[in-house]
Design a protein around this ligand. Structure first.
Ligand SMILES: C[S@@+](CC[C@H](N)C(=O)[O-])C[C@H]1O[C@@H](n2cnc3c(N)ncnc32)[C@H](O)[C@@H]1O
Length: 350
């Protein structure tokens, strides 16, 4: 172990956020884990967390108050200083770490995540690293399974360090390296925004095929609408802007070319509300609350909140406080595909 891990902390972790949001993620960690020290590792997106709590207690804290901006964590179970290591000894060190942690790996479905921070001195590619570890993993009786792993080996190369850690997808908060979930871009994809709604489905454990009637506010050009239609949901899309021509004659789509403040619907019409207006958060909240009677009790709502103000944490608190007059807010999370915004997952109160 290097001097890096010889601190007063009981456990040390790497935290990852969306680019530019590390300061907010660090602030969250400080508030959630009393006595935790945090410092930037790779500017803007990764940081070290020195927790005064052991592994289980640290994870319990983070799970009891799920963070908005902390996207991924990786325990640091081993550290190698590359500047003090011969190149020929680097991959054998990783193999030795795997053997040392064999108890957590034996007989399990394992995925290996390798991340290289820009400018790191780690000499191997992601592909070469994984290939070199395949045999070691097989020798300890693990099956390599990138799609549904029980346990993830996380390797992060940053500056002159190689950091090794093991955890389950739940513990690490994602089954994607650094929480950077990727979806295949389709040829006819209407907008990149579709990825946000796809990611929300996974992140919040939803299944859009279970819904009957959706209201999509701020729908144009139609990425979110197209996903819901693909899932078999009927959609009423509202936007003064134009929807993509490919959606025009869809039998399950009703398109109202209007401002959302001008529309009214019968009570209890929709069991799903989605809203991606990229607009002032408080104006968006007012629109959503004005339309709440058109939602069934227990209806699900997925909305994005634009973080346009100088105090994002305060904006989020204010927005949630207002929405809680009608909704139960289950989760606020900055998804990997969110840019200057976060996503809320709510259900309408009974
Ligand atoms: C980020 S885009 C939505 C992208 C869409 N979710 C997709 O997947 O293609 C924001 C949309 O909100 C619409 N919008 C903004 N204010 C609105 C309002 N008051 N009523 C209805 N739509 C609004 C804009 O016209 C714009 O098309």
């Amino acid at each position: 172990m290097s001097s890096e891990s010889q601190t007063m902390s009981v456990t040390t972790w790497i935290g990852t956020s969306n680019t530019g949001y590390a300061p907010l993620a660090m602030e969250e960690v400080r508030r959630t884990i009393e006595g935790a020290a945090v410092r930037i590792l790779a500017p803007a997106e990764t940081f070290i967390i020195e927790s005064p709590l052991d592994r289980v207690e640290t994870l319990q804290k983070l799970q009891s108050q799920p963070p908005v901006f902390l996207r991924h964590i990786q325990p640091i179970d081993g550290t190698l200083l590359l500047s003090e290591t011969n190149e020929a000894d680097v991959l054998p060190w990783l193999a030795a770490e795997i053997s040392r942690t064999e108890d957590q790996i034996r007989g399990k479905r394992i995925s290996v995540h390798v991340r290289r921070a820009e400018g790191c001195s780690y000499p191997y590619s992601v592909f070469d690293t994984k290939t070199s570890l395949d045999g070691v993993l097989r020798d300890v009786g693990a099956t390599i399974d990138q799609r549904s792993p029980e346990t993830i080996i996380s390797i992060y190369a940053v500056k002159d360090q190689l950091l090794y850690g093991i955890g389950t997808p739940d513990e690490l908060m994602s089954d994607w390296p650094g929480g950077a979930i990727r979806f295949q871009r389709e040829e006819e994809q209407i907008s990149r925004a579709k990825f946000k709604l796809l990611e929300a489905e996974r992140a919040f454990g939803l299944d859009y095929t279970q819904y009957r009637e959706a209201l999509d506010i701020g729908a144009a050009p139609g990425g979110w609408t197209s996903l819901l239609l693909e899932r078999g949901v009927s959609v009423t899309a509202i936007d003064p802007g134009a929807m993509h021509p490919s959606l025009r004659n869809h039998p399950k789509l009703t398109y109202l070319k209007r401002n959302a403040s001008e529309v009214k619907f019968k009570p209890n019409t929709f069991d799903l509300l989605v809203c991606d207006m990229s607009w002032s958060p408080m104006q968006m909240v007012k629109l959503v609350l004005d339309l709440h009677e058109s939602l069934t009790y227990g209806a699900t709502a997925i909305i994005t909140i634009k973080l346009m103000h100088r105090k994002p944490l305060q904006t989020i608190r204010d927005v949630i406080a207002k929405l809680e007059s009608v909704f139960i807010v289950h989760r606020a999370k900055q998804l990997f595909h969110n840019r200057e915004e976060i996503t809320l997952f709510m259900t309408k109160q009974y």
